[in-house]
Ligand binder design. Structure first.
Ligand code: AMP
Ligand code: MG
Length: 418
């Protein structure tokens, strides 16, 4: 019998890496891919900026009115003793009034209308009365009130977005407001992936005894789609040394990243390790986590390699924790860890010390308005239903044991790739 490497008191396996150590190690080996393309802004949602966006103009370009009312020159009551002004014209949005406004004059102005020369303040029409083309201000605004200044939103030459930023829907509007029609972005990483296993059948074929349908390629497809990369789906590869070797060599010529599922344990049909010893530089790690303990990471030629375990939940957790940050960094984006928040466990959560657990949970708002969470029943690494029913991971730290109902726990809401 082999001696256990686990500490009998803490349960910690000294030959294992912690999740954080594994992520750090992976990120050390990943550099962004320096290749670019210029795309029309509509095609840029979710893409990563390869340059800073610097505004070529002031936004708004000229001072304009925030309200419907009258533009005039605000002067102190000593130089102008009455509140009456002669209305000398109108400024519409897009149709400026192009003459100077004297001390006793005002211009009717609409929201977005350019403030005429010499005027500096807009009185809203609700605070005025008009008689015979004479404006009387009933309630005086402060100097500059209701005026949007030139460059108030964005100044000319201001950096509005930085390299590495992931373009959002709001950014599209922002960039359009600068008059820019296209952007330089990083090219998307190319990711090749396949499933390994003699038992795996593709959808459409009949299951013989012992067969199961391949589900990992579908969850991987979905996560890669959300990660916004170019995908190369290489199907199912049988558990043979030659088959796996040929597939990996082919993948290396086509992709920046290779992901496989299955065959990374030490079973008799687990060939990934043998092949990689011959054609790659790959480390096989035990990560102190559940699910997803065995993990392979390294390189084959110029491609990064991730060997995820075969169990369907392990694939999703492993992708979320390790592959997703790597793809983020590779794609040129500033890496941001997924948001972790605190929720109250609404029932007791079972946990053994010695490993970080990513239990699948349902978060919701309790009657008192606080965020609460509970696990989705059976937490086996093969139970994909636990993922399907959940909307977050409950992250239980390495050394923690059972969490009592009512205690605060850390959760990661599904958002980016799940
Ligand atoms: P392995 O890591 O190859 O030992 O596989 C672990 C478990 O996951 C086994 O029960 C496999 O049948 C299952 N499995 C492996 N690959 C897939 C897949 N692509 N889809 C569904 N189940 C899988
Ligand atoms: Mg297998």
């Amino acid at each position: 019998m082999t001696k256990s490497t686990k500490d009998p008191i803490t349960g910690y396996d000294k030959t294992s890496l912690s999740v954080d150590e594994a992520v750090e190690n992976i990120l050390l080996h990943i550099q962004r891919i320096e290749s670019f393309e210029v795309l029309p802004i509509r095609e840029c949602i979710g893409r990563i900026l390869a340059v800073d966006v610097v505004s070529p103009i002031n936004v708004p370009p000229q001072a304009n009115s925030a309200m419907d009312g009258y533009a005039y020159k605000h002067s102190d009551p000593i130089t102008k003793s009455n509140n009456q002004y002669k209305i000398i014209g109108t400024a519409f949005a897009g149709k400026p009034f192009d003459a100077k406004v004297g001390q006793d004059e005002a211009v009717r102005i609409m929201t977005g209308g350019v403030i005429p020369e010499s005027a500096d303040t807009v009185v809203i029409q609700e605070n005025t009365s008009i008689f015979d083309n004479i404006l009387e201000i009933m309630k005086r605004p402060e100097l500059g009130e209701n005026v949007r200044l030139a460059g108030e939103d964005i100044k000319k030459h201001e950096t509005v977005l930085q390299r590495g930023h992931k373009i959002t829907v709001a950014d599209l509007g922002l960039i359009a407001s600068l008059g820019m029609g296209d952007l330089k972005v990083y090219k998307r990483p190319k990711v090749a992936f396949f499933s390994t296993g003699d038992e795996l059948k593709s959808i459409g074929s009949k299951l013989r005894p012992g067969d199961i349908y391949d589900s990992n390629r579908y969850t991987l497809f979905g996560m890669l789609k959300k990660a916004n990369v170019d995908q190369i789906d290489m199907g199912v590869v049988k558990d043979t040394y030659e088959g796996i070797k040929a597939a990996l060599i082919d993948a290396e010529t086509r992709a920046d990243v290779i992901i496989t599922s299955g065959g990374v344990s030490v079973g008799d049909a687990d060939y990934i390790k043998d092949v990689l010893a011959d054609i790659g530089k790959v480390k096989f790690w035990k990560v102190s986590m559940k699910p997803g303990r065995p993990l392979a990471f390294g390189s084959i030629g110029n491609a990064h390699f991730f060997g995820l375990p075969g169990n369907p939940v392990s694939v999703m957790v492993g992708f979320h924790q390790f592959v997703s940050p790597a793809l983020t960094k590779l794609s040129g984006a500033d890496y941001l860890r997924p948001l972790r928040i605190t929720a109250i466990a609404s029932e007791t959560i079972r946990k053994r010390p010695g490993r970080t657990e990513f239990q699948r949970g349902v978060m919701s708002q309790g009657a008192n308005g606080h965020l609460q969470v509970k696990p989705t029943g059976d937490q086996g690494s093969g139970i994909l239903m636990s993922m399907s029913r959940s909307n977050c991971f409950i992250v239980l730290p390495l050394q923690s044991s059972d969490m009592k109902a009512g205690s605060p726990v850390t959760i990661i809401p599904f958002s980016e790739v799940l």
